[in-house]
Structure formats: structure tokens, C-alpha cells
Design a protein around this ligand. Structure first.
Ligand SMILES: [Mn+2]
Length: 254
């Protein structure tokens, strides 16, 4: 296939839908092996929770990264808030965390937002290593790739590299307050509907952003979206079709 760059987000454990959308586009064969050649595919976070098998999604993405690299392509993956919640549930469990009120601890907070116990029970070392290595931000030409539609990434740094260094530090931190803050930042949304896009674009020196996290249905009010939604003078693109909520898993072309 002609090399191109794609993005998908918020798979949320829906591994069958992911396999289907990737094979329909020719990025993989029916068995889930990379057939995208020199194409690039970005995942914008939230692999797990709210769906049947987050770990199967992670294993599929890890396999695609190896397959793409061997073919001269690339599969990149960003950190979402659900990965932070999941890793925190693993690290802190039922230890009381007053800052999470009304939830008493990370495990119950994670469960309240769709955490699946089977994913936590099946978690292996290679999943942990992969999850804790995910960057928060990436760049494709003049496009900033991010999970959440928030300007609060700026709290972590004024360059993409500094943000990624800081979020990686938190993912290795034993300080629960660091985790609460990271989860809070990555859980915020709708900033680009509210005039907060300019500072993100100028600070990170990009022309536009592509994000997941806020569904086109609930958060952008679209009835049955079949393609990504461009807004804010076409400088922002939302790609979460809300597959966990009966919507579609959308593949965006960058
Ligand atoms: Mn999210």
C-alpha cells in the first residue's frame, strides 16, 4: 500500500473492532499481521478499560510495532488517562488516597471508570514495561498528537520532550500525589472548544492538534459520526468515535 500516516484512539479493550478496522484499511491482514509497509500508525491512548480485553489490545499493538518496524513503517503509541489509572490501581491498590474522593483508593476509582479486573489479574511484566514507557505527546510534521483535548499538558513542560520526560518520571514515581495530578491533567477535556488552543499550538510550535479522549457523540454532540471531526477553525481534530459507547472505532488519516 502507498505509505500514509494514520491515527486511532480510545480502543478501550475492543480488540475485535481494532482488528476489523486495521484489516479493512490494509494496515494488517486478517490475522492481525502488519501489511502496512512503510506506513505510520499512531495510537492516541486508552487501550484498556470499558471493554472486554485491554491486554489483548496492548499485545496487538506491541506486535504491530515489531511488524511495522521490520517493514520500514512505524507504529507509535501515546499514554491515555486510563493507562495512568490502571497503572495506579496496580501500584497503589486499595491503599487509602484522600485526594481521590469520592473514591477511597486507586483500585476503586479505576473500577468506577470501567476498569476490568481480568486485565489487572492478567497483567504481565512486558505489559508494565510497555505502558510505563508510553510518551504523552508526539509530533507528526506540523501536527501535535495527544490523548486529551486539554491545554494542561503545558503544566508539565513547554516542549514535547520535556512533557514526556516529566510524565515518564511520574510513571516511575512512588509519590501518590504525582499520580493524582497526572491523572487529573489527562482526564481534563474540552479546552479547545474554549479558546485554549492557541497557547498549545504556539508553545509546541505546531499548526494543529489531533486528539482522542472526548467522544464525538457525547462530548461533541454528533449523532453517528463516521469520520473524525475537525473544529476550532480546522486546527483541532477529534477522533474518538466512542466505540465503548456503541459508536465506531475511527481511523484518521493525517
Ligand atoms: Mn481518555
Amino acid at each position: 500500500m502507498t505509505p500514509a500516516t494514520y491515527a486511532v484512539s480510545d480502543v478501550h479493550g475492543h480488540v475485535a473492532e481494532l482488528r476489523s478496522v486495521l484489516s479493512a484499511t490494509g494496515l494488517t491482514d486478517a490475522a492481525g499481521q502488519w501489511t502496512g509497509g512503510r506506513s505510520t500508525l499512531w495510537f492516541l491512548g486508552d487501550y484498556i478499560d470499558r471493554g472486554p480485553s485491554g491486554l489483548a489490545v496492548i499485545d496487538l499493538v506491541i506486535g504491530l510495532q515489531a511488524g511495522a518496524a521490520a517493514a520500514g513503517g512505524r507504529v507509535g503509541a501515546l499514554l491515555g488517562n486510563h493507562e495512568v489509572q490502571f497503572l495506579a490501581a496496580h501500584r497503589f491498590g486499595s491503599e487509602p488516597v484522600p485526594a481521590l474522593a469520592p473514591y477511597s483508593d486507586w483500585h476503586s476509582g479505576w473500577r468506577a471508570f470501567g476498569g476490568r479486573q481480568t486485565d489487572l489479574d492478567g497483567l504481565q511484566r512486558h505489559h508494565l514495561d510497555w505502558l510505563t514507557g508510553l510518551p504523552a505527546l508526539a509530533r507528526h510534521n506540523e501536527v501535535l498528537l495527544m490523548h486529551s483535548d486539554t491545554d494542561r499538558y503545558l503544566e508539565f513542560g513547554a516542549t514535547i520532550d520535556v512533557v514526556n520526560i516529566e510524565t515518564a518520571r511520574v510513571l516511575r514515581s512512588a509519590d501518590v500525589d504525582d499520580w493524582v495530578r497526572l491523572c487529573d491533567v489527562l482526564s481534563s477535556r474540552r479546552a479547545f472548544l474554549n479558546g485554549k488552543l492557541d497557547r498549545v499550538l504556539t508553545t509546541y510550535e505546531v499548526d494543529q492538534v489531533v486528539h482522542g479522549h472526548s467522544t464525538l457523540t457525547k462530548h461533541f454532540g454528533l449523532r453517528s459520526p463516521s469520520r473524525p471531526y475537525r473544529y476550532a477553525d480546522r486546527r483541532a481534530t477529534a477522533i474518538d468515535g466512542g466505540v465503548f459507547d456503541g459508536g465506531a472505532l475511527l481511523l484518521a488519516t493525517l
